[in-house]
Write a protein that binds this ligand. Structure first.
Ligand code: XMP
Length: 512
């Protein structure tokens, strides 16, 4: 186990993710609880995170002494490097100007963190984000790499096995950072690197049992991967204490609602309340064309329906959600700048307070691909686990303009053809999200000898790692021609197909 001491950086979870990728278990503890966590976990090494605070600031956080007294290896990242330097007798000062973004470090000496990676004299890209900097290292340290702005970009005390980086090895903009963290946890701390998702599952099950005790848990299923994985995991932990409620708003893709029902009732035998409330949603959406108002209506109605059902179940103490780490940081951008609401994502926010329930969020520290791995571990069928992300408001935000049953049906057919062709071409897993949209525009066409005047269908496919940025998937034109031909021939109501060539930014993935 590696203990990660969190000083409040927005990317602390990424450190945990890199450690997991190195096949090592880690736990994050806030700095003011780190001593307790240290004694409980008996880790083989400690990583100190970054922070929005500055070491020279009055009252800024410190690492507990027990960590330095233990004789265990320590890796300090950014603020972690500075706080370690300060606590061990070095000097940290507020800079007049910081370093933010891409930088190049030059390797000046050998270091165990560079094993199989970097050599003396080479230059490598790293990611910096700091205002303060170390101006005098603590006794015992030496400099192993520098940048123009940070003469102490990487310092090492091999005897005590203390390492400090001014840059952030945990972010993707430091391309070799993950391997560097792996070198620390394996070569310096001596962790075996054989930890797996199966162990994560066991640890979470234990945690859920401890949190819930003999309380009742209710879980809202959206039809997506995240809530399904959360529900199956919780069911494995507490069995019948869990009730799942599937709010079927009629805005799902073709066959999706049936899949959820058969997965839960058939495959897992998990009690499921299936609420078919399509009419309620479609009636409420009548005449509404504003994307945000559609989202708000769907979010609110989802909660209302869910709440009524939850009350019927009677006295649930906990609400389970499939919240992922990117949902937690969604509105906060690492590269700086105040964040604005681009789209109000729909979730069951507000419900726990309203109903006096506590949250159970077992996926909170995971990323999408890790949730999929956990789903596989829990035996969810591949077709379900590998599914592209699907937005909570469903097809409503893929039908710009007014949403009607008829338009939903048209879109479902086109979307199913598109996805079928993508699967047949073996491209499904290479794409982050692919879907059709139905535009509120009619255009003229000719079929046979007749004039047609019908809807336009847009096709979207993007690659991404987290949905925050995205590139357009470059299909062969023959593939797109085949899909367009099939859609126009097979779907009544569509006579023209276009492909969306916009990346994110400046576009968003969804059209609304
Ligand atoms: P955008 O369109 O903002 O989408 O680039 C980024 C990711 O978020 C999904 N998305 C949503 N998910 N409720 C959700 O639960 C929403 O209102 C919503 N809007 C977009 C989108 O599918 C993509 O994966």
């Amino acid at each position: 186990t590696i203990l990660i001491v969190d000083f409040g950086s927005q990317v602390t979870q990424l450190i945990a993710r890199r450690v997991r990728e190195a096949g090592v278990y880690s736990e994050i503890a806030p700095f003011n609880n780190a001593e307790e966590a240290f004694n409980r976990l008996k880790p083989k090494g400690v990583i100190l995170s970054g922070s929005p605070a500055g070491v020279p600031e009055e009252g800024s956080p410190r690492a507990p002494d027990v960590i330095f007294d233990s004789g265990l290896p320590i890796l300090g990242i950014c603020y972690g490097q500075q706080v370690m330097t300060h606590q061990l007798g070095g000097q940290v000062e507020s800079g007049d100007s910081g370093e933010f973004g891409r930088a190049f470090i030059e390797i000046s000496e050998e270091c165990v963190l560079f094993d199989g990676l970097w050599k003396v004299g080479e230059k490598h890209q790293v990611w910096m984000s700091h205002g303060d900097k170390v101006t005098e290292f603590a006794p015992g340290f030496r400099i192993v790499a520098t940048t123009d702005g940070a003469p102490f970009a990487l310092i090492a005390d091999d005897e005590r096995r203390y390492y400090g980086t001014q840059f952030h090895p945990e972010v993707v903009h430091t391309p070799d950072g993950g391997k560097m963290i792996a070198n620390f946890v394996r070569h310096v701390c001596g962790c075996a690197g054989d930890w797996t998702m199966a162990e994560f599952k066991e640890a979470k099950i234990k945690e859920i049992r401890e949190q819930v005790g003999d309380g009742k848990v209710i879980c809202g299923l959206s039809g997506g991967v995240d809530s399904a994985v959360a529900a199956v995991l919780i069911h494995e932990a507490i069995g019948e204490q869990l009730t799942c409620v599937f709010v079927d708003h009629g805005l799902m893709r073709q066959g999706e609602a049936d899949q959820v029902v058969s997965l839960f009732k058939g495959h897992y035998n998990i009690p499921l309340v299936h609420l078919d409330v399509e009419t309620l949603f479609l009636n409420g959406l009548k005449g509404e064309t504003d994307p945000e108002k559609k989202r708000k209506f769907i979010g609110k109605t989802f909660i209302d329906v869910f709440e009524i059902e939850a009350n019927k179940v009677g006295g649930a103490d906990f609400l389970a959600q499939g919240t992922l780490y990117p949902d937690v940081i969604e509105s906060v951008s690492f590269t700086g700048g105040p964040s604005v609401t681009i789209k109000s994502h729909h979730n069951v926010g507000g419900l726990p307070e309203r109903m006096n329930m506590q949250l159970v969020e077992p996926l909170r520290e995971l990323f999408k691909d890790e949730v999929r791995a956990l789903g596989r571990e829990l035996g969810l069928p591949e077709i379900f686990v590998g599914r592209h992300p699907f937005p909570g408001p469903g097809l409503a935000i893929r039908i710009p303009g007014e949403v009607t049953k008829e338009r939903c049906d048209i879109l479902r057919k086109a979307d199913a053809i598109y996805l079928e062709e993508i699967r047949n071409a073996g491209l499904y897993d290479a794409i982050w999200q692919a879907f059709a949209v139905l535009l509120p525009v009619k255009t003229v066409g000719v079929m046979g000898d007749g004039r047609t005047y019908d809807n336009v269908c847009g096709l979207r496919a993007v690659t991404s790692t987290d949905g925050m940025t995205a590139d357009v998937y470059p299909f062969d034109s023959s593939f797109l021609t085949r899909v367009a031909t099939r859609i126009v021939n097979e779907v009544k109501g569509i006579n023209r197909v276009v492909y969306d060539y916009t990346s994110k930014p400046p576009g968003t993935i969804e059209w609304e």
